[in-house]
Design a protein around this ligand. Structure first.
Ligand SMILES: C[S@@+](CC[C@H](N)C(=O)[O-])C[C@H]1O[C@@H](n2cnc3c(N)ncnc32)[C@H](O)[C@@H]1O
Length: 212
Protein backbone atom coordinates (compact mmCIF):
# COMPACT_ATOMS: atom_id res chain seq x y z
CA UNK A 1 0.00 0.00 0.00
CA UNK A 2 2.57 2.58 1.12
CA UNK A 3 4.76 1.83 -1.91
CA UNK A 4 2.13 3.64 -4.01
CA UNK A 5 3.43 6.86 -2.40
CA UNK A 6 7.04 6.33 -3.51
CA UNK A 7 6.79 9.33 -5.89
CA UNK A 8 5.36 11.59 -3.16
CA UNK A 9 7.24 14.18 -1.11
CA UNK A 10 8.95 13.05 2.12
CA UNK A 11 6.26 14.89 4.10
CA UNK A 12 3.43 12.99 2.37
CA UNK A 13 5.30 9.69 2.73
CA UNK A 14 5.75 10.33 6.46
CA UNK A 15 2.12 11.40 6.92
CA UNK A 16 0.70 8.37 5.09
CA UNK A 17 3.04 5.95 6.89
CA UNK A 18 2.00 7.33 10.29
CA UNK A 19 -1.67 7.28 9.33
CA UNK A 20 -1.43 3.69 8.06
CA UNK A 21 0.21 2.60 11.32
CA UNK A 22 -2.14 4.41 13.69
CA UNK A 23 -5.64 3.98 12.22
CA UNK A 24 -7.45 0.61 12.31
CA UNK A 25 -8.37 0.62 8.63
CA UNK A 26 -8.90 -3.18 8.55
CA UNK A 27 -12.23 -3.24 10.45
CA UNK A 28 -13.37 -0.11 8.58
CA UNK A 29 -12.74 -1.84 5.25
CA UNK A 30 -14.44 -5.02 6.42
CA UNK A 31 -17.67 -3.04 6.97
CA UNK A 32 -17.70 -1.79 3.36
CA UNK A 33 -19.58 -3.94 0.81
CA UNK A 34 -17.15 -5.84 -1.41
CA UNK A 35 -18.91 -4.74 -4.60
CA UNK A 36 -20.49 -1.59 -5.96
CA UNK A 37 -19.96 2.16 -5.91
CA UNK A 38 -18.12 3.44 -2.87
CA UNK A 39 -17.74 7.12 -2.05
CA UNK A 40 -15.18 8.23 0.52
CA UNK A 41 -15.83 11.77 1.79
CA UNK A 42 -12.69 13.44 3.16
CA UNK A 43 -10.28 10.95 1.59
CA UNK A 44 -7.14 12.94 2.44
CA UNK A 45 -4.13 11.42 0.65
CA UNK A 46 -6.32 8.53 -0.51
CA UNK A 47 -4.99 5.71 1.70
CA UNK A 48 -8.37 4.22 2.58
CA UNK A 49 -9.87 4.68 -0.90
CA UNK A 50 -6.86 3.01 -2.50
CA UNK A 51 -6.96 0.19 0.01
CA UNK A 52 -10.70 -0.34 -0.57
CA UNK A 53 -10.19 -0.45 -4.33
CA UNK A 54 -7.24 -2.82 -4.05
CA UNK A 55 -9.23 -4.97 -1.61
CA UNK A 56 -11.88 -5.83 -4.19
CA UNK A 57 -11.84 -5.36 -7.96
CA UNK A 58 -15.66 -5.25 -7.79
CA UNK A 59 -15.62 -1.91 -5.94
CA UNK A 60 -15.68 1.35 -7.90
CA UNK A 61 -14.22 3.83 -5.46
CA UNK A 62 -14.32 7.63 -5.59
CA UNK A 63 -12.51 9.72 -2.98
CA UNK A 64 -13.29 13.41 -2.52
CA UNK A 65 -11.69 16.02 -0.29
CA UNK A 66 -11.60 19.81 0.09
CA UNK A 67 -7.76 19.81 0.22
CA UNK A 68 -6.45 20.09 -3.34
CA UNK A 69 -2.86 19.16 -2.40
CA UNK A 70 -4.00 15.93 -0.73
CA UNK A 71 -6.26 15.06 -3.66
CA UNK A 72 -3.33 15.62 -6.02
CA UNK A 73 -1.12 13.32 -3.91
CA UNK A 74 -3.88 10.68 -3.96
CA UNK A 75 -4.01 10.94 -7.75
CA UNK A 76 -0.23 10.49 -8.03
CA UNK A 77 -0.46 7.39 -5.82
CA UNK A 78 -3.33 6.00 -7.93
CA UNK A 79 -1.23 6.56 -11.04
CA UNK A 80 1.27 3.98 -9.67
CA UNK A 81 -1.37 1.25 -10.00
CA UNK A 82 -1.04 -1.12 -12.91
CA UNK A 83 -3.71 -0.78 -15.57
CA UNK A 84 -6.92 -2.49 -14.38
CA UNK A 85 -5.45 -3.25 -10.93
CA UNK A 86 -8.08 -1.18 -9.10
CA UNK A 87 -10.98 1.13 -9.93
CA UNK A 88 -10.38 4.36 -8.03
CA UNK A 89 -10.58 8.07 -8.77
CA UNK A 90 -10.14 11.24 -6.76
CA UNK A 91 -11.53 14.75 -7.00
CA UNK A 92 -11.54 17.96 -5.02
CA UNK A 93 -14.82 19.35 -3.71
CA UNK A 94 -15.74 22.68 -2.16
CA UNK A 95 -16.26 22.98 1.62
CA UNK A 96 -19.93 22.29 2.34
CA UNK A 97 -20.24 19.90 -0.62
CA UNK A 98 -22.82 17.15 -0.05
CA UNK A 99 -23.17 13.83 -1.90
CA UNK A 100 -26.24 13.36 -4.10
CA UNK A 101 -25.49 10.38 -6.38
CA UNK A 102 -26.81 6.96 -5.43
CA UNK A 103 -24.01 4.68 -4.17
CA UNK A 104 -23.65 1.36 -2.37
CA UNK A 105 -21.49 2.76 0.41
CA UNK A 106 -20.36 6.08 1.82
CA UNK A 107 -17.25 6.01 3.98
CA UNK A 108 -16.25 8.90 6.25
CA UNK A 109 -13.09 8.40 8.31
CA UNK A 110 -11.97 10.99 10.85
CA UNK A 111 -13.57 13.94 9.07
CA UNK A 112 -16.73 14.79 10.98
CA UNK A 113 -14.98 16.17 14.07
CA UNK A 114 -13.60 18.94 11.82
CA UNK A 115 -17.12 20.17 11.00
CA UNK A 116 -19.59 22.10 13.18
CA UNK A 117 -22.14 19.72 14.69
CA UNK A 118 -25.03 20.78 12.44
CA UNK A 119 -22.81 20.27 9.35
CA UNK A 120 -21.85 16.80 10.59
CA UNK A 121 -25.50 15.85 10.80
CA UNK A 122 -26.24 17.40 7.38
CA UNK A 123 -23.42 15.37 5.79
CA UNK A 124 -24.56 12.16 7.49
CA UNK A 125 -28.19 12.74 6.41
CA UNK A 126 -27.11 13.46 2.83
CA UNK A 127 -24.90 10.35 2.83
CA UNK A 128 -27.73 8.19 4.20
CA UNK A 129 -29.98 9.59 1.49
CA UNK A 130 -27.56 8.35 -1.21
CA UNK A 131 -27.79 4.71 -0.13
CA UNK A 132 -29.88 2.22 -2.03
CA UNK A 133 -31.39 -0.87 -0.38
CA UNK A 134 -28.57 -2.79 1.37
CA UNK A 135 -26.22 0.21 1.20
CA UNK A 136 -23.90 1.07 4.09
CA UNK A 137 -22.75 4.28 5.71
CA UNK A 138 -19.42 3.54 7.39
CA UNK A 139 -18.20 6.16 9.83
CA UNK A 140 -14.87 6.01 11.64
CA UNK A 141 -14.54 8.65 14.35
CA UNK A 142 -13.13 8.85 17.84
CA UNK A 143 -15.17 8.28 20.98
CA UNK A 144 -15.21 10.44 24.12
CA UNK A 145 -14.18 7.39 26.23
CA UNK A 146 -11.84 6.36 27.74
CA UNK A 147 -11.11 9.89 28.84
CA UNK A 148 -7.30 9.64 28.72
CA UNK A 149 -7.41 8.47 25.12
CA UNK A 150 -9.90 11.22 24.27
CA UNK A 151 -7.64 13.90 25.82
CA UNK A 152 -4.56 12.53 24.06
CA UNK A 153 -6.40 12.59 20.73
CA UNK A 154 -7.72 16.10 21.35
CA UNK A 155 -4.20 17.40 22.10
CA UNK A 156 -2.80 15.78 18.98
CA UNK A 157 -5.61 17.06 16.72
CA UNK A 158 -5.24 20.57 18.13
CA UNK A 159 -1.57 20.52 17.11
CA UNK A 160 -2.45 19.12 13.64
CA UNK A 161 -5.14 21.68 12.87
CA UNK A 162 -4.00 24.84 14.70
CA UNK A 163 -0.19 24.56 14.89
CA UNK A 164 0.97 22.43 11.96
CA UNK A 165 -2.04 23.11 9.69
CA UNK A 166 -1.76 19.62 8.18
CA UNK A 167 -5.52 19.04 8.42
CA UNK A 168 -7.87 21.44 6.61
CA UNK A 169 -10.60 23.07 8.66
CA UNK A 170 -11.21 26.25 10.64
CA UNK A 171 -9.07 24.97 13.52
CA UNK A 172 -11.99 24.14 15.81
CA UNK A 173 -12.80 20.56 16.78
CA UNK A 174 -16.31 19.21 17.34
CA UNK A 175 -16.26 15.73 18.85
CA UNK A 176 -19.71 14.10 19.04
CA UNK A 177 -20.31 11.02 21.22
CA UNK A 178 -20.84 7.83 19.16
CA UNK A 179 -24.19 7.24 20.89
CA UNK A 180 -25.43 10.64 19.65
CA UNK A 181 -24.18 9.96 16.14
CA UNK A 182 -25.74 6.49 16.16
CA UNK A 183 -29.06 8.15 17.06
CA UNK A 184 -28.72 10.45 14.04
CA UNK A 185 -28.13 7.46 11.75
CA UNK A 186 -31.15 5.65 13.20
CA UNK A 187 -33.24 8.81 12.66
CA UNK A 188 -32.04 8.78 9.04
CA UNK A 189 -33.57 5.30 8.69
CA UNK A 190 -30.40 3.19 9.02
CA UNK A 191 -29.98 0.10 11.20
CA UNK A 192 -26.88 1.05 13.13
CA UNK A 193 -24.07 -0.86 14.81
CA UNK A 194 -21.55 0.86 17.05
CA UNK A 195 -18.18 -0.65 17.97
CA UNK A 196 -15.05 0.50 19.79
CA UNK A 197 -11.84 -0.08 17.80
CA UNK A 198 -9.40 1.33 20.35
CA UNK A 199 -7.91 -1.91 21.64
CA UNK A 200 -4.13 -1.70 21.29
CA UNK A 201 -4.22 1.99 20.31
CA UNK A 202 -3.81 5.09 22.52
CA UNK A 203 -6.63 6.73 20.49
CA UNK A 204 -10.35 6.06 21.17
CA UNK A 205 -11.03 4.82 17.61
CA UNK A 206 -14.71 4.01 17.05
CA UNK A 207 -16.75 2.57 14.18
CA UNK A 208 -20.39 3.19 13.30
CA UNK A 209 -22.06 1.28 10.50
CA UNK A 210 -25.53 2.24 9.34
CA UNK A 211 -27.29 -0.03 6.86
CA UNK A 212 -30.31 0.78 4.72
C1 LIG B 1 -7.84 13.53 9.46
S1 LIG B 1 -7.99 13.62 7.73
C2 LIG B 1 -8.58 11.98 7.34
C3 LIG B 1 -8.27 11.60 5.94
C4 LIG B 1 -8.74 10.19 5.53
N1 LIG B 1 -10.15 10.03 5.67
C5 LIG B 1 -8.04 9.12 6.34
O1 LIG B 1 -8.73 8.40 7.07
O2 LIG B 1 -6.82 9.01 6.27
C6 LIG B 1 -9.46 14.62 7.53
C7 LIG B 1 -9.70 15.00 6.08
O3 LIG B 1 -11.00 15.61 5.97
C8 LIG B 1 -10.93 16.61 4.98
N2 LIG B 1 -12.09 17.48 5.13
C9 LIG B 1 -12.33 18.41 6.09
N3 LIG B 1 -13.54 18.98 5.90
C10 LIG B 1 -14.08 18.40 4.78
C11 LIG B 1 -15.30 18.57 4.08
N4 LIG B 1 -16.21 19.45 4.46
N5 LIG B 1 -15.55 17.80 3.00
C12 LIG B 1 -14.62 16.89 2.59
N6 LIG B 1 -13.43 16.70 3.21
C13 LIG B 1 -13.17 17.45 4.30
C14 LIG B 1 -9.58 17.26 5.23
O4 LIG B 1 -9.12 17.99 4.13
C15 LIG B 1 -8.72 16.04 5.53
O5 LIG B 1 -8.11 15.53 4.38
Amino acid sequence: MLELYRAASPAVRLHTALRWATCPFGPVEAAVPSAGRVLEVGCGHGLLSLSLALGSSRRQVTGVDIDGAKVAAAGVAAAQLASGEADVAFSRVEPGWLPTDVVDAVVIADVLYLLPVEEQRRLLNASAGCLGEGGALVVKEVADQPRWKFRWNQAQETVSTRVLGITAGDGSLHFVAPSTMAGWLEDAGLRTESRALDRGYPWPHHLLVGRR
